[in-house]
Design a protein around this ligand. Sequence first.
Ligand code: CP
Length: 307
Amino acid sequence: MSKLSQKHLLGIKDLTSEDIELIFETADNFKEVINRPVKKVPSLRDVTIANVFFENSTRTRLSFELAQKRLSADTINFSASNSSVKKGETLLDTVNNILAMKVDMIVMRHASPGAPHYLAKHIKANIVNAGDGTHEHPTQALLDAFSIREKLGSVAGKKIAIIGDILHSRVALSNIFALQKLGAKVMVCGPPTLLPKFIGQLGVEVEFDVRKALQWCDVANVLRIQLERQQIKYFPSLREYSLYYGITKKLLDSLKKQIVIMHPGPINRGVELSSDAADSQHSIILDQVENGVAVRMAVLYLLAARP
Ligand code: CP
């Protein structure tokens, strides 16, 4: 297979395992390209892409922009905070005005779950979901799984624990879908108040004790507490969260095995992960960021072939 089954990347839920393998094989080639002295290829020379961000971002926005530049696409950036959205313009009007400037593809981050799915019903351009509220963050899950494959040789059969604020995390849901499609075993771990009530129905193991989760897994994907999405208190204090769920180098060293530590960023150092754990030999956090560019190049390249 050399084409994706989808015209858009709205979520991992829509992808087949063959789609994911195709993205990985394409990303392998692009990773080789971006490690050359000349890091650029002309693949998307005639394609214009708009990065439309209604929520803050460092990694995802820069990584998409760099991926587009490495593919020689023309790229424009829209940030809602300094746009006419502030004057009352709707999402659809905003995007239709951008598309009127002959833009071919939209990469969008939005606070509302389902916003890219809504757009997909109303516009013809390809859409890439760069994170929709608490729903999905498909390119993050792809780069996470790609990084596990790179570090451990494969994803199939590996045990991955996703630890932290699962309730408010789009990374968690996309990771669960991606890892299961690739044959991994997935566990979620966190305080009961931060785990969705019916999460077990997704076929994941549920664990409340972080030490037991770390003993079980090959890889721990540690997530941030998303205070910006929490309207009520889910635990007494960050200090208490850190005491019971914070992962430290001391805790990792006390395990009777070596595990891999991942984090999608941004890290709240000293809360979910101590600095000595984040910066230890266990961590592949910056490899994830490096791989994000190659994986996003692959996604953009493959979607451009599906106009
Ligand atoms: N991982 C991630 O989505 O980071 P940003 O919010 O900085 O894009």
